[in-house]
Design a protein around this ligand. Structure first.
Ligand SMILES: [Fe+2]
Ligand SMILES: [Fe+2]
Length: 221
């Protein structure tokens, strides 16, 4: 993970998208990385009345930890990505789409209702499904076969997909007002945002693990 990610002028939107766990710190600090996402870390810290050095240090801890627990051997790392992220996304998305549809249908007249969330989540599911199938059927087998020199183009395409998925996460963040529940939210609404919280954090961690550990390792072979 690049240390320049925490340069004072990097936007909080970029940090939340690229650094696993940063979104959680921003949510708990009431820093919006959706509508206020164009603010630099320095500006966002000032706006939230936080000490920039302390905030940077918490984020730096995340960078230091990122990837440290990932398996060292490439076949084990790929198996970890498949079990921990690909399988988990598939397991969670259909259920969350049903929940989103229920919340939009039942509470659509409330001011805080996340109108358009179901459609956005269907787009995320389709994007991830197509992307994960390509990794599973083409890219990961090629990495395991040691095709390092020929992987630049497929990896470039995978990184483009990652950017598309990240844009959909921003949209979810926006539609749900940073996943903040209205007072008196029902059980379905609460379960939906709890599940989305985990899913969105998982997608960021999944992408970071591939872009900062697996892909650089694969092309270096
Ligand atoms: Fe993946
Ligand atoms: Fe990927």
């Amino acid at each position: 993970m690049s240390d320049t990610l925490l340069a004072a002028e990097t936007t909080v939107r970029d940090i939340a998208a690229k650094l696993p766990g940063a979104a959680e710190i921003f949510r708990n600090s009431e820093i919006s990385f959706c509508c206020g996402g164009d603010l630099s870390l320095k500006q966002a810290a000032e706006k939230a009345g936080l000490d920039l050095a302390a905030l940077t240090s918490r984020l730096q801890d995340l960078i230091d930890r990122a990837g440290r627990s990932a398996p060292q051997e490439t076949p084990d790392l790929i198996r970890h990505i498949l079990d921990r992220y690909h399988a988990a996304h598939r397991e969670e998305l259909d259920f969350l789409i049903q929940l989103a549809n229920r919340v939009e249908t039942v509470h659509g007249d409330q001011e805080e209702a996340p109108l358009g969330l179901t459609e956005t989540m269907i787009a995320l599911r389709d994007e991830l499904e197509n992307h994960m199938n390509m990794e599973e059927q083409i890219l990961f087998p090629a990495i395991l076969n040691g095709a390092g020199a020929h992987l630049a183009e497929p990896i470039r395409i995978m990184n483009e997909d990652h950017a598309d998925a990240t844009a959909l996460l921003h949209r979810i963040e926006h539609l749900t007002n940073g996943l903040s529940l209205p007072i008196g939210a029902c059980g379905s609404w609460t379960a939906l945002y709890t599940g989305l919280h985990k899913l969105c954090d998982d997608v960021v961690a999944h992408i970071a693990l591939e872009e900062t550990v697996l892909f650089p390792r694969a092309v270096a072979v």
